[in-house]
Design a protein around this ligand. Structure first.
Ligand SMILES: [Zn+2]
Length: 422
């Protein structure tokens, strides 16, 4: 049996799935650990010396370099996609930049032994576009939807609880830079930033309005999208809306609510599986089928009216669209995605392989130096410590972000300020 290290990207979206996958693998007799990819990935490899590593989607130079390095040492490399990608029709309607974000723009195939995706149609697209060889792709089913079946909806007396699930992570990025796989200065990032900032402002104004007029009928909770900060919402709402911690599992949040208001999210399907209705407010999802799977509303008046018309305790999903989504995007909604993934991993590990040769320390050569960074900080540089490889480097004092010269992680500059004394 093998030693397997699973590296989690987001605590909120990926960790519950990775823990479930770990349990499936343990049931098959493997030794498995789950660690945070950015904060503990390289240390976990050099200390634990696993036979196989499960990585998030290769969507940055850092992830590509990481995969290449461990593959060189003889580790079996597996990618598990945290998101469904897109069906063929939806993908072909997107502009080229957005297609690149969804499909991935990095040549990782030679460094990866197995890639686990949600639906078969997206697996076919990855093979056709030359991202990955077809024989290394396995469609497992909707991973995050697998997890939500483990929660059970709680019947609650009293006021109805409205859960707002935001989708505006690009509003927290720099207008010119994002970690979602787009190159610096890409026009799509400027458009996404502007769109997310605009929609977030609309959501905040609308929720304030609901709090002011409907608090006698509803309690309000809010959960941010993976990767999004809670700060803007905390500043706007104070204690009038319960802001859930950024790593709160979505299934658990839905199970404790009576309706989910989202912006065109897979959470509509999670809500359906838990028998909770949902509303798509100010859609920002480019997939037209997913966007229309539940009723859409666009302003305070429509939202307030739609809330008043809901049948509580019953899903309001369009079942034809749900079947279409299973066939073209998610794969079967049978709660077995993690089990299929564990079987695929076990099959790859059964092939006879040599034990990996892993050193005790991650390499410390500055291989990714750019103009604004230096391995030896000088007078024009701010000293930075990379959260991933823990090496120190210098970043030019005018730059807002830089690429770690040792591991290629993109690191944003955060200037700590002294707290004002009241
Ligand atoms: Zn680093």
């Amino acid at each position: 049996m093998s030693k397997i290290l699973i590296l989690t990207l987001t605590e909120q979206r990926d960790k519950p799935v990775d823990e479930r996958l770990a349990q499936c693998l343990r049931d098959m007799g493997h030794e498995v650990m789950v660690r945070n990819f950015v904060l503990a990935g390289s240390d976990a490899v050099t200390v634990e010396k696993p036979d196989a590593v499960v990585l998030p989607m290769i969507g940055s130079d850092h992830k590509l370099n990481f995969a290449r390095q461990i593959k060189e040492w003889g580790v079996v490399t597996i990618v598990r996609r945290g998101e469904a990608g897109a069906g063929r029709v939806a993908l072909e309607q997107m502009d080229e930049d957005r297609q690149r974000v969804v499909v991935g723009d990095y040549d990782y195939a030679e460094h990866i032994d197995l890639e686990l995706v949600w639906g078969q149609e997206f697996a076919d697209i990855l093979a056709e576009r030359g991202r990955m060889e077809a024989r290394k792709l396995v469609a497992c089913g909707p991973f995050t939807l697998d997890v939500c079946t483990q929660y059970e909806r709680q019947a609650r007396p009293g006021k109805r609880r409205v859960l707002f699930a935001t989708a505006f992570s690009a509003a927290d990025d720099h207008p010119d830079y994002t970690e979602c796989g787009l190159p610096e200065g890409n026009p799509l990032q400027r458009r996404l930033y502007a769109r997310h900032a605009e929609l977030r402002a609309l959501w905040i104004a609308t929720i304030k309005n609901l709090v002011a007029t409907k608090s006698h009928k509803y309690d309000f909770a809010l959960k941010v999208r993976p990767g999004e900060s809670t700060r803007a919402y905390q500043e706007a709402f104070g204690k009038t809306v319960q802001i859930l911690p950024y790593d709160y599992p979505s299934g658990q949040a839905i199970a404790a609510s009576d309706v989910v208001v989202h912006a065109g999210s897979t959470m509509a399907i999670e809500a359906h599986l838990l028998g909770v209705p949902s509303l798509n407010f100010a859609n920002c999802n480019p997939d037209p089928i997913l966007a229309n799977a539940c009723p859409q509303v666009n302003d305070y008046g429509e939202l307030s009216e739609a809330l008043g018309r809901l049948v509580w305790g019953r899903s309001n999903i369009d079942t034809d669209k749900l079947t279409w989504l299973e066939d073209h995007l998610y794969g079967p909604l049978d709660g077995s995605a993690c089990h299929r993934a564990a079987e695929a991993i076990s099959r790859v590990l059964r092939k006879g392989r040599k034990k990996p040769q892993i050193p005790d320390q991650w390499p410390r050569e500055p291989r990714y130096q750019r103009q604004d960074t230096t391995a030896e900080p000088g007078p024009d540089h701010v000293r930075m410590i990379c959260p991933s490889c823990k090496n120190m480097f210098g970043l030019h004092h005018e730059s807002q972000w830089g690429v770690c010269p040792f591991c290629a992680l993109t690191v944003r500059k955060i200037i700590a300020q002294e707290a004002a004394v009241a």
